[in-house]
Design a binder for this molecule. Structure first.
Ligand code: NAD
Length: 353
């Protein structure tokens, strides 16, 4: 095979173990941090307080004000709070929303982040930030927002509701799947993506069968770590573009939207991405990865209709228009008719065709 690639290793320390959250104080000490702002959603304020209480007077301020998609006003308030408390670091406990707000702080202040993820979204492994103003989401890359240390503790995911566990796992799978046909993939990102797809599809049915199965949770979080690493290392394509537009324009829920869209984009893209198709066939043990994924998600209880998730009937043209307006990498050229077909099926919750 003619190898031709660029691989860039990213800095960052990962600590992964059941019970690893008790190692948080040691990780903070290792970075020499003395005044921490602790970011979480309001719902996870209690967990954040519990995990950081051993840090005592190193906690400068709890900041449990993270919300989905990091609205600019919420970000500005968090940056101001970090500055007025003289914080020298930021601990983020939670999913992509909490980590996203910590990234907004780091982007403006350069404070190092210690992330303790509790979902499978994978933001903690990427230098990608996102901010939402009115109904538009802006994203960008900045090495300053990549967490210095990530503490993965599968026990923290035991409380993740089953529905969100499935869709968050599918969100991770989307990073792995699009990483497999990324224009800037490398042998390392390909290995990570294939292993992630295998781990996630194997573990999610076990999580649904018993949400308190720590081994199943551990395998899922392991797959999510790999998927997040792939997301951070490669350029995403049509799937992420569509989800970005749907989330930013109609406020559709993040992981649920990823779940409903992914089988349709794979059905469209895989015929033009033979290596990705072969890798997913092996990872899923299925001849048709797109169809397999649709039925897996549906059988695990996910909502597969964008209409049911809140997409307006007449939104199809808006999404297609935005997706065609800005160019992005994709293994297969996309036309308006392709998008209307693909989105029409996803709108109705029909199997990919
Ligand atoms: P989330 O962080 O919004 O969490 C959803 C809800 O679940 C919240 O109420 C949260 O408090 C709760 N929750 C989280 N973990 C829990 C647990 N273990 N037990 C019980 N409740 C729990 O959801 P998400 O899907 O993790 O993140 C979505 C956001 O992350 C989006 O805004 C998305 O754009 C962003 N994101 C960014 C990147 C990136 O690289 N920048 C990557 C992936 C996702």
């Amino acid at each position: 095979m003619n190898h031709d690639f660029v691989h860039e290793g990213r800095p960052g320390r990962v600590v992964f173990a059941a019970g690893a959250s008790t190692r948080l104080p040691g990780e903070v000490e290792r970075l020499g941090l003395r005044r921490l702002i602790v970011v979480s959603t309001p719902e996870q304020a209690g967990l954040a307080a519990e995990l950081t209480s051993p840090l005592g007077d190193r906690i400068a301020a709890p900041h449990p004000h993270a919300t989905m998609h990091v609205p600019v006003a919420v970000a500005a308030e968090a940056v101001a709070r970090a500055r007025e408390t003289g914080a020298d670091g930021c601990v983020a406990v939670g999913g992509g929303s909490a980590i996203g707000l910590a990234k907004a702080i780091a982007k403006e202040t350069g404070l190092p982040i210690v992330a303790v993820p509790t979902t499978y979204a994978g933001s903690e492994m990427t230098p990608v930030w996102g901010l939402t103003d009115a109904d538009r989401k802006t994203t960008g890359r900045d090495p300053r927002v990549l967490p210095a240390t990530v503490v993965y503790d599968p026990e923290l995911t035991l409380t993740l509701p089953i529905g969100l566990s499935v869709t968050s796992g599918m969100n991770a799978l989307a990073h792995a799947a699009e990483g497999l046909y990324a224009p800037d993939g490398s042998p390392i990102s390909t290995l990570m993506a294939a292993e992630s797809a295998r781990a996630l599809t194997g573990a999610l049915p076990r999580v649904v069968a018993d949400p308190r199965d720590v081994d199943a949770r551990s395998d899922t979080l392991y797959g999510a770590w790999l998927a997040g690493s792939v997301l951070g290392a490669t350029t995403m394509s049509l799937h992420h573009k569509l989800c970005h537009i749907l989330g930013g324009t109609f406020g559709l829920p993040h992981s649920e939207t990823h779940t409903a869209i992914l089988p349709h984009v794979l059905a469209f893209n895989l015929p033009a991405a033979s290596r990705a198709r072969t890798a997913l066939q092996a990872a899923f043990g299925a001849a048709d990865p797109a169809e397999h994924l649709f039925h897996l998600a549906k059988d695990l209880g996910a909502e597969m209709s964008l209409r049911a998730l809140g997409m307006p009937e007449n939104g199809l043209e808006t999404v297609a228009g935005q997706a065609l307006a800005a160019p992005y990498a994709n293994p297969r050229p996309v036309t308006g008719a392709d998008l209307e077909h693909l989105l029409g099926n996803a709108l109705a919750g029909a199997a990919p065709a």
